[in-house]
Design a binder for this molecule. Structure first.
Ligand SMILES: Nc1ncnc2c1ncn2[C@@H]1O[C@H](COP(=O)(O)OP(=O)(O)O)[C@@H](O)[C@H]1O
Ligand SMILES: [Mg+2]
Length: 442
């Protein structure tokens, strides 16, 4: 996209900051009277999907959910609306970087994130999540917000040292209109909780598991899963299988390891039960270990990092941990991309009635290519133009986990169908035979 700067309603889009499967984000300014000019971030549906009711509903839901949140550790919404039929959200601009870009930058130099800042970032994200998780509606009912996509790309870091969680694009809330709660798998597979990867209904403790992953990754300088095989990744995540690197005891103080272990407990009830509990445990552990971090110090460090040019491309990074981090994130990108059309397929049946009427009979996902190895060739097409409200995701649509999907035992549904058809024919024959005998007797 090189037609920038460009006017978009009352916003002047200046630079593209990011692009995902559904939306793109721009640094922009909005001008007002008397020389007033404010920098903002504009997130808008990709032009190719701007007329798609489904994506429109997704971004409108994001706006609705984020408008309920006001916290220093959450990217604040300023405005939402439509320009030339294309929906957008205006957010406060977080002038800085995101955690993914930061890690890329420092790992490319063979360095690590200082432990104090790794903990600081996780503690701030936990505070933002605690706010989102505990929101209630005007009648005092919990909103039931679950972010479901806590990952380095969605943790924004300002040059002033602020840490803000963004991208509630696939967050779940009780009043979300574009889906029901059962059976959907959404989010980046590497950052899913075991229950999320199993396709079970998730609650706020899934987000806290993801904070545990962020903490593990930044403290260990390597991904939580060394499973680079996309086919087995969901399996590994769903089983909650992870381990410490061999040098963890030397490098990471025991109190910090204890926090990570609790945050990453496969059993929901053994985890921290709130963002606040996680944050408090982490701050206490930092204290015990003599680790200090605050916004100003972190901001100064962050600005320093930005001054130093990247001298080596990621691929030539020296440490094995860093190299693994890169290769895993490449796998992650492939898997996330691959799962996107399925997310759309799985969630389209949940359209609310007026939109459901507009939805095409055959769900159409974005034209993202699915790596052939992730597709079971004989997967039956899923036709659900008017699914009942209690529709559950059939377990044949998931690509990876052998224990969840029909990759290994895909013949079962077919053979069951055959059995049922044969039984039906036999029953019909018996009934017809009996009828014929009765008629003959009369
Ligand atoms: N308010 C913001 N300020 C600055 N950068 C942002 C802002 N929101 C998003 N970004 C950048 O754009 C990227 C994509 O934004 P995000 O909301 O996560 O969209 P997507 O749904 O496509 O992942 C982020 O990873 C971040 O780098
Ligand atoms: Mg994002």
């Amino acid at each position: 996209m090189n037609d920038l700067p460009r006017q978009f309603g009352r916003y002047l889009l200046q630079q593209r900051l990011g692009r995902g499967g559904m939306a793109e984000v721009f640094r922009a300014t909005v001008d007002g009277p008397g020389g007033f000019s404010r920098p903002v971030a504009i997130k808008r549906i990709l032009p190719e999907y701007s007329q798609d009711e489904w994506f429109t509903r997704m971004i409108a839901d994001e706006a609705r959910i984020v408008s309920r949140l006001a916290h220093p550790n959450i990217v604040q919404i300023l405005d939402a609306g439509e320009v030339d039929g294309s929906w957008y959200i205006a957010f406060e601009l977080v002038d800085g970087t995101d955690l993914f870009q930061l890690l890329q930058r420092i790992y490319s130099r063979g360095q690590a994130l200082p432990q104090a800042y790794a903990c600081h970032i996780a503690a701030e994200v936990a505070a933002g999540l605690d706010h989102a998780h505990s929101r209630r509606d005007e009648h005092g009912q919990p909103l039931g917000i679950v972010h479901r996509d806590v990952s380095p790309q969605n943790v924004l870091l300002s040059w002033l040292g602020e840490v803000k969680l963004g991208d509630f694009g696939i967050a779940r809330a009780r009043q979300r209109t574009s889906e029901t709660q059962a059976g959907t798998i959404k989010g980046k597979i590497y950052y899913m909780s075991p229950e999320q990867a199993r396709g079970e209904t998730v609650d706020h403790r899934s987000d806290l598991f993801a904070v545990g992953i962020l903490l593990y990754e930044t403290l260990c300088t390597q991904p939580l899963y060394d499973d680079d095989d996309a086919l087995h990744l969901l399996d590994t995540v769903a089983a909650g299988r992870w381990h410490w690197p061999s040098d963890a005891e030397l490098k990471i103080p025991a109190p910090l390891r204890q926090v990570v272990t609790t945050a990453l407990a496969p059993d929901l009830n053994a985890r921290y039960q709130s963002g606040r509990a996680l944050r408090e445990a982490l701050l206490a552990a930092m204290d015990t270990c003599g680790l200090r971090a605050d916004r100003d110090a972190f901001g100064a460090w962050l600005r320093d990092q930005n001054q130093v040019p990247d001298d080596r491309p990621p691929e030539t990074s020296s440490g094995t941990g860093e190299r693994r981090w890169y290769s895993s994130h490449r796998v992650q990108a492939a898997v996330d991309k691959a799962s996107l059309p399925q997310q759309v397929e799985m969630t389209r049946p949940h359209l609310t009635p007026p939109l459901r009427a507009m939805a095409p009979a055959q769900p159409v996902g974005p034209p993202t290519a699915m790596p052939p190895q992730l597709l079971k060739p004989s997967l039956p097409p899923i036709a659900h133009p008017q699914p009942p409200d209690d529709w559950q995701m059939p377990d044949v649509v998931l690509p990876a986990p052998r224990h969840l999907s029909a990759v290994d035992d895909g013949s079962k549904p077919a053979s069951l169908g055959l059995l049922a058809a044969t039984t039906l024919v036999w029953l019909l024959a018996i009934v017809l035979g009996t009828l014929a005998a009765l008629i003959a007797r009369e």
